[in-house]
Design a protein around this ligand. Structure first.
Ligand code: GTP
Ligand code: MG
Length: 371
């Protein structure tokens, strides 16, 4: 770790560059945003700026412990469905693939009545469920990752066989790798004449994804969203991948999870789609997300039906927010509405403060590690 540029240091500290420069000037160091600082100076000024930040982090840490509750014990854990994000280059067939899966893999009684109300859908297949997230284009995925939210268990990378690996394909690979999410490749549009799935396999090898058939560990399934060819194999591969991961959660506790999207609905007010990561979410629960809190007034599943409760991995629309929560934020369920309110208020005033001081609340430890 050598010298560091002022604006990079500011970014790492979550501080405004101008505030950092003011501090440096006070220390007798005259620099501009693009100048380099030696490590010693960087540590000194970071310590100064970090000192107040750390206090704040420890309050957050205490909150965290309160909010996360106990670790689940092994015997409390039950299998949960995988949460799958579909990624890939523009027009490679992500939406078509999901549509085809949805239209053909729902139980008879539900067939026909399926309209997708939320940006997530639950597929029932061979007696098991798979949750697909349609929304996360790259941006949403990145935003969630930036906030540390890990909602996806498996990424399905769609590559059109006639087009091959394209810039957003590579981006998607990088996102998934950075988030440590295993990739299952769907080589799509194999119904087109003169396409060669082998070419896609070769191209992917150059980006570190080696097909199982070639001795690697990435499942690559030729499919067609138009004819439906290969889709069973794709779902099977996703479940195989999920089995390796032994996805489990304790359904018998207060829920927590992630806000997938949130919007203001004219008739219904603030509506959020959430994904439950553990526990069971119920109507009447007191929730807290960021500085927003309230009581769950209604839950609506991916089929547009009102439900009383949902368990781990399940996406659901939540009504009852008084403000818009932020996509990518966590939510938790608390016993006590007053407690939720007081944490929400504290967070709101903290975020006001930090937007004034330009600091995001990085702990010193974290900072030194990055240096
Ligand atoms: P964006 O959301 O814009 O990134 O695109 P997408 O990846 O969701 O692709 P979409 O499903 O919209 O499909 C793009 C085009 O490819 C459409 O014209 C589809 O009809 C066509 N397409 C998708 N899958 C297949 C397939 O398996 N075979 C053929 N022949 N065409 C396909
Ligand atoms: Mg699409």
């Amino acid at each position: 770790s050598g010298p560091i540029v002022v604006k990079d240091l500011a970014e790492q500290l979550g501080a405004k560059a101008t505030d950092l420069i003011k501090r440096l000037i006070a220390l007798g160091v005259m620099v501009g945003v693009n100048n380099e600082l030696d490590k010693e100076t960087a540590v000194i000024v970071a310590t100064e700026m970090g000192a107040q930040v750390e206090e704040r982090a420890s309050v957050e840490e205490r909150e965290e412990i309160l909010l996360q509750g106990d670790e689940d014990r092994e015997h409390e854990l039950q299998e949960r469905p995988p949460v799958v994000t579909v990624m890939g280059h523009v027009d490679h067939g992500k939406t078509s693939l999901l549509d085809k899966i949805r239209s053909t893999r729902v139980t008879a009684s539900e067939a026909g009545g399926i309209t997708q109300h939320i940006g997530a859908s639950v597929i029932d297949w061979n007696g098991r469920s798979i949750v697909f997230l349609d929304t996360p284009g790259h941006e949403a995925f990145t935003a969630m990752r930036a906030r540390g939210a890990q909602v996806t268990d498996v990424a399905v990378l769609v590559v059109a066989a006639n087009d091959g690996v394209m810039p957003q394909t590579i981006e998607a690979i990088n996102h998934a790798k950075a988030a440590n999410v295993p990739i299952v490749v769907a080589i799509n549009k194999i119904d087109l004449p003169d396409v060669n799935p082998e070419r896609v396999r070769t191209e992917l090898t150059e980006h570190g994804l080696v097909a199982e058939e070639w001795g690697g560990d990435t499942m690559m399934v030729p499919v067609s969203a138009h004819t439906g060819e290969g889709l069973d194999k794709l779902l099977e591969s996703i479940l195989l991948q999920a089995d390796i991961m032994e996805l489990k959660a304790n359904p018998n506790r207060a829920a927590s999870g992630t806000i997938i999207e949130a919007q203001l609905d004219r008739g219904r007010g603030p509506v959020a789609t959430v994904l439950v990561s553990r526990g069971t979410l119920r109507v009447g629960d007191v929730f807290l997300s960021g500085s927003v809190y309230g009581r769950v007034r209604a839950l609506i599943n991916d089929r547009g039906e009102r439900v009383k409760e949902v368990g781990p991995s399940m996406p659901v629309e939540v009504l009852g927010f008084n403000q818009l929560p932020e996509a990518g934020d966590d939510f938790v369920i608390l016993e006590d509405e007053r407690q939720a309110k007081s944490i929400a208020d504290a967070r709101a005033s903290r975020s006001r403060q930090s937007s004034e001081s330009g600091s995001r609340g990085v702990s010193l430890d974290e900072f030194y590690q990055r240096l």
